[in-house]
Ligand binder design. Structure first.
Ligand SMILES: [Mg+2]
Length: 234
């Protein structure tokens, strides 16, 4: 395997997971300010559906500052709460608290297979990077979770303005990495990670799930070395 092999990892659901997700975190905040707020987490999730930038990967949004990005998202969160019956003032307060709560590293858990697998891949000389549809502060969250030194780069759509599966999200990462001779994409979302990568000319590997559309999969990151040996990357 060439030392110039780059492995791009999705973040959420691939390397780490948040115990709350957007809907549960938002509902918890709404109940902090209005304990009698009756909406269920399913109702919050349904109301939020479709309003995230990664739900419109055909739309690029480069040049948004993190505060602009969060202003748009906070507005979406607030509207969802108001639609579900929360009064405007507590809805504003709950949504304004969302950014710092969602980014609290204590609410995130790195999957147990991740650090041993990354150790092995790095020791084998592979270049590792993150390519995620995520918030602008993802690099800070990644560092806070103990990933310092593992990843050469963290590409998050909240900063690049390009959402997977848009081919530009992948092309941008490869350009920034100096066009590695071989590349792979590893992720838990068959559409955004696997089929998106394949369409951009990068072999995709599905992890932590099954889907007949995925050309390659492994249960978790421990299966990666064998998969990488079994076939050439880009
Ligand atoms: Mg994911």
């Amino acid at each position: 395997m060439s030392p110039s092999t780059a492995i791009l990892f999705d973040f959420d659901g691939t390397l780490a997971t948040n115990s709350g997700r957007w809907s549960r975190v938002l509902l918890g905040l709404a109940r902090e300010v209005e304990p009698s707020f009756p909406a269920t987490v399913e109702e919050v999730r349904a109301e939020l559906q479709g309003g995230f930038p990664w739900h419109s990967p055909e739309v690029a949004h480069p040049g948004l500052s993190p505060s602009d990005w969060w202003e748009i998202m906070t507005g979406h969160l607030r509207r969802a709460l108001v639609t579900l019956g929360l009064a405007p003032s507590p809805a504003s307060e709950a949504s304004a608290r969302f950014r710092s709560r969602y980014l609290d590293p204590a609410d995130w858990r790195v999957y147990p297979d991740v650090f041993p697998a990354l150790d092995g891949l790095r020791a084998a000389g592979h270049r590792l990077a993150i390519l995620s549809n995520h918030v602008p502060e993802l690099p800070d969250l990644v560092a806070a979770l103990g990933f310092d030194g593992f990843f050469e780069a963290v590409f998050t759509s909240g900063r690049t303005g390009h959402e997977k599966p848009n081919p530009e999200a992948f092309a941008l990462a490869l350009r920034e990495l100096g066009r590695p001779a071989q590349a792979w994409m590893v992720g838990d979302n068959v559409v955004a990670d696997v089929l998106g990568a394949e369409a951009a000319g990068i072999p995709g590997i599905l992890v932590r799930g099954e889907d007949p559309r995925a050309p390659r999969r492994c249960a978790d990151l421990r299966g990666l070395p064998e998969l990488l040996r079994s076939g050439a990357g880009r």
